[in-house]
Design a protein. Structure first.
Lengths: 255, 273
């Protein structure tokens, strides 16, 4: 049974439907980049998958089970979410922040065990922040904190990892670094990330989902989605897609 | 561990402050006693006049001050966790409305039954004078309740700090936790009113300022708030005994002193800090 299956889903806030008729089937090993203009519903789509907002039609299933039938604690063991604007919170060290990811595993009347600390440490190592483990998060750089935020999600040991614009306030070098780390995680996870940078999305995603006004315009391999026609239709702008003949990498430029 | 290195000193300083304040609180009162007399009376629980003043009058009063401070600190921290910094607006507008109607309701109720309204004023203004051990024990039970909730729910309060969505993706049933913790905060506040008077609730704002020093991590915020708040109440209770010839109600002092802090906090919030 597939890890994640979305069936003709409509989702949004209160009475306002933001994303319409989205369907998707995906499994571990995938890295799906969600792209589209500002306000097209990228974040809303991730929130719907995470069970944070109202799904008015259709359903989201994890291994065949509707997420609305899974309680929060169990859902948190299956889906981790890194929001776009996670603010460093005064009074927390890197270790304490990463440990938050263990919350769904710690019983109401229990405390963090050695195992939780080990898993948090491993998550920090994976994102190369283990040397900062006792540093207060308020003294980290943007790039470091973003990695801590991802490590926190990693400590949840979920099979599905959702990232909302993981590189939105990182400089170019850090964006590449962080995305390389995320890509490595793909082996044991299904990753869905939103991007506003089409070039980064094309370079790191295995599949792309192009959204416009809440509806999926195209879904598939990057070179199949990023066509001049699709981009013109969605971004109302003439764009040219170039393929590097040597590396096969796609590059989108404003023509 | 650098965590301990940075966090321990604050706790140690506060403990020293509390111990000094406790001693001062036992020293000050209408019957003059020397420091050595106080110390010897503490350790000789005999039937002498001095030791009965210490053990039957001043000690319960001191304990009640510590417990009241703890209750207010716990309620204030929890409210801060459920409402965020909006708590300042919420507290001033909603709580004053709530308290106003509560006082009106109780007054009417008491008048209907022909009770003496003078009974109401200690409850309103608050004073720790005339505390008995029975009252101390009763209040202590609720302090223990608060501590249990702190130990088992600080993780949820921490998760809530990162916003409703993040808390939910960490597996926290946000709505239920908010309702439950609000109910606990309400019960604790009510007991605090019984313990030291309505006006003392003005000290609910203290965790808001403690937070600026310790950060918002609830694991540390609540214990440090409890210690600061307990120190504050002991200190103000000492003041209430020595500033004026007749005792000034504790609540009035707390209220008057916290005014500027509310204005400062509101101002900070308006500026979006």
């Amino acid at each position: 049974m597939e890890m994640l299956k979305i069936e003709a889903m409509d989702a949004g806030y209160e009475d306002k439907v933001v994303v319409k008729n989205v369907s998707l089937e995906s499994d571990i090993g995938d890295f799906i980049g969600v792209i589209g203009p500002n306000g097209c519903g990228k974040t809303t789509l991730l929130r719907a998958i995470a069970g944070l907002i109202n799904i008015s039609n259709g359903q989201v299933k994890i291994r065949g089970k509707d997420i609305r039938r899974i309680n929060r604690r169990e859902l948190a063991k299956r889906i981790a979410f890194v929001p776009q604007l996670m603010v460093p919170t005064a009074g927390f060290t890197v270790e304490e922040t990463v440990l938050l990811g263990r919350t769904p595993y710690i019983g109401r009347f229990a405390f963090e065990t050695d195992r939780d600390y080990r898993i948090a440490k491993k998550a920090a190592e994976e994102l190369k922040v283990e040397h900062l483990i006792d540093t207060p998060v308020t003294s980290l750089s943007g790039g470091e904190f973003q990695r801590v935020a991802i490590a926190r999600a990693l400590a949840q040991e979920s099979k599905i990892l959702l990232l909302d614009e993981p590189t939105s306030h990182l400089d170019f070098r850090f964006s590449i670094k962080v995305l390389r780390m995320i890509r490595r995680l793909r082996e044991e996870k299904l990753i869905i990330a939103t991007f506003h940078d089409l070039n980064l999305a094309a370079r790191f995603s295995r599949k792309l989902m192009l959204i416009n006004k809440g509806e999926v315009v195209a879904y598939g391999r990057p070179d199949a989605v990023l066509t001049t026609d699709n981009l013109r239709q969605v971004f109302k702008m003439k764009m040219e897609v170039r393929k590097n003949p040597k590396t096969g990498k796609l590059r989108i430029v404003n023509a | 561990m650098s965590k301990l290195k940075t966090r321990l000193p604050l706790v140690v300083y506060l403990l020293i402050v509390i111990i000094i304040l406790c001693f001062l609180s036992l020293l000050v009162g209408s019957t003059k006693m020397s420091a050595s007399k106080v110390v010897s009376s503490i350790f000789s629980a005999g039937n002498s006049n001095a030791s009965s003043i210490i053990w039957q009058i001043r000690m319960p009063r001191l304990f009640l001050a510590i417990l009241s401070g703890s209750l207010i600190a716990m309620a204030g921290s929890i409210l801060l966790g459920i409402f965020g910094t909006r708590v300042i607006d919420n507290m001033i507008v909603k709580t004053s409305y709530l308290i106003g109607s509560m006082v009106a309701a109780v007054s009417i109720f008491m008048m209907l039954f022909g009770a003496n309204l003078n009974l109401l004023y200690p409850c309103l203004l608050g004073s720790l004078a005339g505390t008995t051990w029975d009252k101390v024990l009763l209040i202590a039970l609720f302090v223990i309740l608060g501590l249990v909730v702190y130990v088992f729910y600080y993780k949820d309060l921490n998760a809530l700090l990162f916003g409703e969505y993040t808390a939910k993706t960490l597996g926290v049933e946000v709505t239920w936790i908010r309702i439950f913790l609000f109910a606990i905060a309400a019960v604790i506040s009510l007991i605090a009113v019984y313990s030291c008077g309505l006006l003392c609730l003005a000290a609910l704002i203290l965790p808001y300022f403690v937070r600026l020093a310790t950060g918002v991590n609830y694991k540390y915020l609540i214990p440090v708030s409890i210690m600061s708040s307990a120190s504050l109440i002991i200190l103000l209770d000492i003041f209430s005994r020595i500033i004026f010839p007749a005792e000034l109600p504790l609540g009035i002092i707390v209220m008057a002193l916290s005014g500027p802090f509310y204005i400062y906090a509101l101002q900070r919030r308006r500026l979006g800090l």
